[in-house]
Each structure stands twice: as C-alpha cells, then as structure tokens.
Design a protein. Structure first.
Length: 280
C-alpha cells in the first residue's frame, strides 16, 4: 500500500456471540421483558428533548430498543486498520455509539492509523438505550426499587464501571438497579484483551500488572456519543489519554463529580462536538 493508505481487517471475537434467545436468561435475552419494560413503565424511555417524560411506551422494548434491533451492533467484527508506519507507540481504541458498529466509523479509524497509531475499533455490548435515556433512568434516582436513595451519579458510575470492567467498586455496585449489568467476559476490557490476543502485535499492549490485562497507559481511548461517555469515564479513572466525539452527554447530576476528578489531573484529552445539535 501507499504511505498514505491503511488496510483494515475484521476480527470476530472469540467470546461466544450474544443471542436474543436461548435456553436460559441472559443480559440480552431478558432485556426487553425485564429492565426495559420496567423503564417503560416508569416513563424513562419515551422522553422529550428537554428530558420531560412523555408517558409509558412499552412498545419501544419490542421495537427500537429491543435486543433484536441492537444485535448487529453487539455481534459485528472488530475493525483493525494497519498503519502504514507505526510511529507513535500508542494504541487507539474506539468505542462506537448506541446501535453502531466499528464499520460505521471506518474512515475515522483509518485516519488514526495513518497518523501512526495501532487502532482497534471495538465491538462491545453497548447499552440498548440512547444516552438521553440512560440519563433519564439514573436521574434523579433509578426506578424499580421502592425508596431507592441511589444518586444519579452513583447510578451513572455503576453503569460505566460495569460496561468497562464487568466489575464495580463496592460503593457503586448495584446503584443503577440492574440497568445493564455487563458480565466480566463481555466487558470492554475483556473484549479488548481478547482482540489483542488475536493480532500479532497485540502483546505489546498487554500486561499482567495489578491483575489486569490491558496496558491502559499505552492506550488512547476514543469513542462517539455513548462510546464517548464510556471513554471519558475510563480516561478519568485510569488517568489516560482520550479523544472523544460528541460526548460525554451524561447529565450534569450524573457526571459532574467524576468530570471534576478528571479536570484535576494532568492528562491530555480532546473533545470534538458537531456544529449542529446531536441528540441520542
């Protein structure tokens, strides 16, 4: 290839594929009739642009928000473009937005590769709901538990840590009331670890330090919309570089505490937003 081009390869995860059916309940298969139905009953999904609840709409759980409608985003291949020359020593990991796959961002991933980075566009179990609906679930308190005292930020942190690591610090564990409790084997960390084991150059970004797998300090985390929120949170808790697009869109009550933590650290972060309004 020419010095200005990159070649992208697709890699299917070794982790067993997500299924909407099956012999027993799973996070995906129980979503529509479980947590999604609870959110619809509480009026957390059918909301206006200002966050006002428009009423219950359980039809969403078997339509736009259903497992079947999100399955492609959860089961598609990772996209890994090869840089013409690996000059930065860094790995860019990109997390797509709600309902999207790495292939939807192929030109962005190829641009990062042309800049001299290793790149992984990661397929992961993104939340079935848009960020605005995630905010509505958490604020002011998650629904479903009588007398719940979990704050919006506790709910938000629980969800991010579950998505990223498949494990949550004790003080936040369970605070999202089961919105989207990702099992460890399907966490972003585990899926990235699996992807890095599939490529010849992946070992340089792996570590066994502190019981982990990914050498996060060699990673630039990136993402769009929902993916930007997860990337921003990871950047804060791991004090690592980030480039995020159209996010984080997490509500102020949901994220002000951890965003302040990030502002107090000397870490390079870049955020880019659309000139025109984006919702979702």
């Amino acid at each position: 290839s020419s010095p200005t081009s990159s070649r992208a390869e697709e890699f299917i995860s070794d982790v067993p594929a997500v299924q909407c059916g099956g012999s027993g309940p799973t996070l995906a298969s129980s979503w529509s009739s479980g947590t999604c139905a609870a959110g619809a009953k509480a009026g957390r999904w059918n909301i206006g642009v200002n966050g006002t609840a428009l009423g219950s709409d359980e039809g969403l759980c078997f339509g736009k928000l259903s497992c079947e409608s999100r399955l492609t985003a959860w089961t598609g291949p990772h996209l890994i473009p090869t840089p013409p020359s690996f000059t930065t020593g860094s790995l860019v990991v990109f997390l797509p937005g709600t309902g999207s796959s790495p292939a939807d961002y192929s030109r962005l991933l190829e641009a990062a590769a042309r800049a001299g980075h290793r790149v992984v566009g990661l397929t992961y179990m993104s939340q079935p709901v848009a960020v605005s609906q995630f905010n509505a679930w958490c604020s002011p308190h998650p629904p479903g538990v009588t007398g719940s005292t979990a704050s919006a930020e506790e709910c938000n942190r629980d969800s991010h840590e579950s998505m990223l690591f498949g494990r949550v610090r004790a003080k936040y564990r369970g605070k999202s009331n089961g919105l989207w409790d990702v099992p460890p084997m399907r966490s972003i960390e585990a899926l990235l670890c699996d992807a890095l084991h599939q490529v010849s150059w992946g070992r340089q970004f792996l570590t066994e330090a502190h019981g982990g797998c990914v050498a996060w300090q060699r990673v630039i985390i990136s993402g769009h919309s929902q993916g930007a929120g997860h990337a921003a949170y990871l950047s804060v808790v791991n004090r690592m570089r980030a480039v995020i697009f159209s996010g984080p869109q997490d509500c102020p009550d949901c994220s002000s505490g951890w965003l302040l933590e990030g502002a107090q650290t000397n870490v390079t972060r870049r955020a880019l937003f659309s000139k025109f309004e984006e919702c979702g």
